[in-house]
Design a protein around this ligand. Structure first.
Ligand SMILES: Nc1ncnc2c1ncn2[C@@H]1O[C@H](COP(=O)(O)OP(=O)(O)OP(=O)(O)O)[C@@H](O)[C@H]1O
Ligand SMILES: [Zn+2]
Length: 670
């Protein structure tokens, strides 16, 4: 047990650096750390060693073998255990005076409501996805708790301190959206390895092993977008033919193993390609693909015509119409194998000694991998798995995507990729660099100290960049974006019993004397608007508006900012004969909206300071919503309910003539 003397000796260093006032406060400061992954493990170690004494650590995940190289609080014996629990246990040993409360859960769960967030002095994010980051940002704004946001991507990293009404919030600057590709490039005319990988991951795998679905919608949309109508008709036929293959995969017996795989192969790598070849127009200006032959590849008699013109990395040395022997590796772009091939040498040497993941695959290898992974996935379906989707850590799905994408690449004379490269590209993986995580975690704690001291002028957004001469750059904080649809809203809390209080009671209670035309949303669901009051008599519970959710009350004339009403629980001693809700006192009074700046002149003015910011790096992107209510600044041409009804009828309404139609028509890598 630590004595008082040893514990004060332990703190001497921190006290000298932080000063007596802050270091005396740290043992009592309540910090919430969200995420116990790459950044989270480093950060937990830092906050424990800095002297924070009351830490809540939350993570939804369990430890994976692949985490161990950088998430140093975990050991092999901990694999499959809760990250939060193991990290808390390991880090508790670093300082006997620390109390770490681990929570194995999702930060979006309703029990982590506004009052729960309000119980912390500071929140530190160590997350890996936009959705959770956005959620924590909003909860911290609602609870008025300072947040330090962070992210790393390989050698790059960023931290952003966020204080309500003083700094930009996480959503003040729009985030880049995921790269998308036109349907026809993916489905008929791939020209790069990534096109084949997206096809295998987002089209073929779901078609064979995912939920049965009508691909018609996606193609209808592609047709609307003006993509080639004849080609779309061929793709429709192609999609229908999947039914036979799907049922073979779900019923084949062990003895006919490989029959279903052969059927799948023949459909997608032979039949579908023959169909496409019949559309002569398509191949006038591009090299046609080659239908693959199952038996010939197996027997090593298949000769693949190589047409150098399709290779993305052709360097002038390619040799049109030279043939790649079946037993040779499909060249992996960027690898020594490719170099040799592109330099005219056909004596491709495939090392069988290299790591399995990093070996270039021959056409035969790909075929065998296709058969074995298809069979494994089929037996999983037969053993009761409903649907199977891609997961970079699920070997069977990764093998399938590796094999299928390489076979497709071969058919289209596109360089192949190793299993390792496919994992990186299909999983959207930027290798994590432990050093970047460590630097970022140190910076998070420094900004946390400024926040706790309320030294707002010392706050900085800091970037770790790949520039040896200047590895760190920092930018002073910008004020909130006046048009931000998240931090400019007015937040309030409504303790209530959702099974007893009606939507109408809440809306009129919150508006009070200030009655005006409003529309009410929960996320993007419209619950009522001035022309549609059907739901006002219904209880919140019947509308699925429960603890932890927000009701957004939007001024219909666009004159006032939106009021966000966070639903929370009534205190346990609330008298049963009193109304089933407690209105905030005073009632929220949203400010008038700041009108957006006039349209930019034709010559753009110099970039404002805030545009120097780099958006937070993200391992996982989310496609942009068709119309995010919160970012709409101009009054909508339709009332929300009417818009919703039209959208339910399958119509997409554009806000402005130049609004792009959303991403439904394209396949998204996520
Ligand atoms: N909604 C959420 N609630 C709680 N924890 C979350 C939530 N979303 C993500 N996380 C956690 O944030 C952490 C992010 O860490 P990191 O980026 O290192 O991810 P990882 O899953 O450990 O690594 P990798 O994705 O590279 O395999 C993960 O441990 C993840 O479980
Ligand atoms: Zn904002």
């Amino acid at each position: 047990m630590a004595t008082k003397a040893s514990s004060s000796r332990r703190n001497l260093h921190a006290e000298a650096v932080l000063g007596p006032e802050l270091s005396a406060r740290l043992p009592e400061t309540k910090v919430l750390l969200v995420g116990a992954g790459g950044i989270g493990c480093e950060l937990l170690k830092n906050v424990v060693l800095a002297g924070f004494g009351n830490i809540t650590l939350l993570d939804l995940d369990t430890i994976d073998l692949s985490n161990l190289n950088r998430q140093f609080l975990f050991r092999k014996k901990d694999v499959k255990q809760s990250k939060a629990l193991v990290a808390a246990k390991t880090a508790s040993a670093f300082n006997p005076n620390v109390r770490i409360t681990p929570i194995h859960g999702n930060i979006k769960e309703p029990q982590f409501d506004i009052s729960w967030f309000r119980g912390f002095d500071i929140v530190l994010n160590a997350l890996d996805n936009l959705d959770a980051r956005r959620h924590v940002n909003k909860m911290c704004l609602a609870a008025n708790v300072p947040l330090v946001e962070s992210g790393t991507a390989g050698y790059l990293g960023q931290i952003q301190p966020i204080v309500k009404d003083r700094t930009e919030c996480f959503d003040c600057v729009p985030k880049p959206t995921t790269k998308t590709f036109p349907v026809c490039t993916i489905r008929s005319t791939p020209s790069q390895p990534i096109h084949c990988i997206v096809w295998a991951k987002s089209y073929l795998l779901p078609q064979l092993f995912g939920e049965e679905e009508d691909a018609g919608g996606e193609l209808d949309e592609a047709e609307k977008q003006g993509e080639n109508a004849k080609e779309i008709a061929t793709l429709r036929k192609e999609a229908q033919a999947f039914t036979t293959v799907r049922s073979a995969l779900r019923t084949q017996s062990k003895s006919e193993s490989s029959n279903a795989a052969r059927l799948a192969f023949e459909k997608v790598f032979h039949g579908d390609i023959l169909n496409l070849l019949s559309m002569a127009d398509m191949w006038r200006s591009r090299a046609p693909p080659t239908p693959l032959q199952f038996d010939a590849i197996r027997q090593d008699t298949f000769k693949l015509e190589k047409n150098g013109s399709l290779s993305p990395s052709t360097n002038g040395n390619s040799q049109p119409n030279s043939s790649i022997p079946n037993g040779s590796a499909i060249p992996a772009s960027g690898s020594a194998v490719t170099e040799k091939l592109l330099n005219g040498s056909h004596h491709v040497i495939v090392s069988k000694l290299g790591l399995k993941d990093q070996r270039a695959l021959t056409l035969q290898d790909s075929l065998e991998l296709f058969v074995s992974s298809t069979n494994k996935l089929a037996s999983r379906l037969q053993a009761g798995e409903d649907t199977i989707s891609f997961d970079k850590d699920d070997d069977d799905t990764l093998d399938f995507v590796t094999a299928a994408s390489n076979l497709r690449s071969a058919a289209y004379s596109i360089p192949g990729k190793t299993r390792w490269e496919v994992k990186e590209m299909a999983g959207n993986i930027i290798p994590a660099i432990a050093t970047t995580n460590a630097i970022i975690s140190g910076l998070i704690v420094l900004q946390a100290f400024h926040l706790l001291r309320k030294a707002y002028n010392s706050l900085h957004n800091v970037h770790v960049q790949f520039k040896p001469s200047m590895p760190l750059s920092s930018i002073s904080m910008s004020p909130p974006n006046a048009q931000c649809g998240v931090c400019r809203d007015t937040y309030t809390e409504l303790p209530c019993d959702p099974s007893r209080v009606t939507l109408g009671e809440v809306v009129s209670g919150i508006l009070g004397e200030n009655t005006r035309d409003v529309s009410v949303y929960e996320e993007k669901r419209v619950l009522s608007d001035p022309d549609w009051d059907d739901n006002l008599e219904r209880t919140l519970e019947s509308l699925n508006v429960t603890k932890g959710k927000f009701l957004s009350i939007v001024d219909d004339d666009g004159e006032y900012e939106t009021v966000q009403v966070g639903i929370s629980a009534l205190p346990p001693n609330h008298p049963i004969d009193k109304p089933a809700f407690i209105l905030p006192d005073p009632l929220p009074s949203p400010p008038k909206k700041v009108k957006p700046a006039p349209a930019a002149p034709s010559t753009p003015p110099p970039a404002p300071v805030s545009s120097k910011k780099r958006p937070a790096p993200d391992d996982e992107g989310v496609p942009s919503a068709k119309r995010l209510r919160t970012t709409a600044t101009a009054p909508a041409p339709f009332t929300p309910s009417k818009k919703k009804r039209l959208e339910d009828d399958g119509l997409i309404l554009l806000e402005t003539p130049d609004e792009a139609i959303d991403d439904d028509a394209v396949i998204v890598i996520d």
